[in-house]
Design a protein around this ligand. Structure first.
Ligand code: ATP
Ligand code: MG
Length: 255
C-alpha cells in the first residue's frame, strides 16, 4: 500500500509550552489509524494541524506525495467528524448532507442524489426530512459521518466521535464505521479514549504521551511487544484481561 499521509518532524508550541515534540508518522492508503493517549497529550492538536486549523511551529505534512502544510483547510481534501456532531439545527437531515455538496461546483448538480444515497447507506433514509434534534445521538453521528463521506475526502479525521454515545450505540456504530471504511476504502485517523475501541477497529494504533509518540504499531504487536514501560503501563495493564477475545476479532477482520 502506498503512503497516503507523511508527517515529518512536526512540532507545536503554545507560548513556552512544547505540546508536540518531533512527531513523525506515516499513514497508508486505506488504513485505519487510532491515536491513544491521556488527556492533554496533543492528540487534538495533531488533528487540527493536519486539517489546517492550527499552524505547526515546525515540520511538514505530505499527502499523496505533495506538501500540504501551507494549504488552506478546504484545499486539503480532509473530512472531520467530532464528538458534538456539529449539524445545522435549522436544516433537515437531508439538508445537512446536501449543504456541503451544493457548495462544491463539481458536485452541485448531483448533490440531492448523492445525499440521498449516503443517507440510505447509513440507514437514515426514513429520517431524511426530520431536524437533527429529533434524532438520537447515534443517528446524529451517522448524519455527520454521511455528510463527511459524501464529499469523498482523501482522509477522514475523527476526534472522539463516539464519546457522547452509550455503550450499545457505540458498539453498533463501531461496526458500521468499519463497514463504511471497507466499502469506501477511505483512510481514517481516529482519536479515542476507549482503548477497546482502538484495539477492535484499528490497523495500527499510535500511543502518545506528552507530545511524543511512544509506539505506532498493529494492535497485536503493541500487545506482544510494547515499546517501553509507558506503553506497557498505559495500554497493556488496562486491556490485557479483555484482549484475547479482541485479538480474535481483529484477526478475523483482516482476512
Ligand atoms: N490554542 C491553544 N492555546 C494554548 N494551549 C493549547 C491550545 N490548544 C491546546 N493547548 C494545550 O495543548 C495541550 C494538548 O492539547 P490537546 O487538545 O491536543 O490534547 P488532547 O490530547 O486532545 O486531550 P483530550 O484527550 O483531553 O482531548 C494541552 O495542554 C492544551 O491545554
Ligand atoms: Mg482532544
Amino acid at each position: 500500500m502506498s503512503d497516503k499521509l507523511v508527517v515529518k518532524n512536526l512540532k507545536k508550541t503554545f507560548g513556552k509550552r512544547e505540546v508536540l515534540k518531533d512527531i513523525n508518522f506515516t499513514v497508508k492508503e486505506g488504513e485505519f489509524l487510532s491515536i491513544l493517549g491521556p488527556s492533554g497529550c496533543g492528540k487534538t492538536t495533531i488533528l487540527r494541524i493536519l486539517m489546517g486549523l492550527e499552524t505547526q511551529t515546525a515540520g511538514e505534512i505530505h499527502k499523496d506525495g505533495e506538501e500540504i502544510s501551507k494549504l488552506v483547510p478546504a484545499a486539503r481534501k480532509m473530512g472531520f467528524v467530532f464528538q458534538n456532531y456539529a449539524l445545522f439545527e435549522n436544516m433537515t437531515v437531508l439538508g445537512n448532507v446536501e449543504y456541503a455538496l451544493k457548495k462544491r461546483k463539481e458536485l452541485k448538480k448531483d448533490a440531492r442524489e448523492i445525499a440521498e444515497k449516503m443517507l440510505d447507506i447509513v440507514g437514515l433514509s426514513e429520517h431524511k426530512n426530520r431536524k437533527p434534534h429529533k434524532l438520537s445521538g447515534g443517528q446524529q453521528q451517522r448524519v455527520a459521518i454521511a455528510r463527511t463521506l459524501a464529499l469523498n475526502p482523501d482522509i477522514i479525521l475523527f476526534d472522539e466521535p463516539m464519546s457522547a454515545l452509550d455503550v450499545d450505540t457505540r458498539m453498533t456504530l463501531r461496526a458500521e464505521l468499519k463497514e463504511l471504511q471497507k466499502k469506501f476504502g477511505t483512510t481514517m485517523i481516529y482519536i479515542t479514549h476507549d482503548q477497546e475501541e482502538a484495539f477492535a477497529m484499528s490497523d495500527r494504533i499510535m500511543v502518545m504521551n506528552e507530545g511524543i509518540i511512544h509506539q505506532i504499531d498493529t494492535p497485536k504487536n503493541i500487545i506482544d511487544n510494547p515499546a517501553d514501560e509507558y506503553v506497557e503501563r498505559f495500554v497493556i495493564k488496562n486491556i490485557k484481561m479483555k484482549i484475547d477475545s479482541l485479538i480474535q476479532f481483529v484477526d478475523t477482520d483482516k482476512e
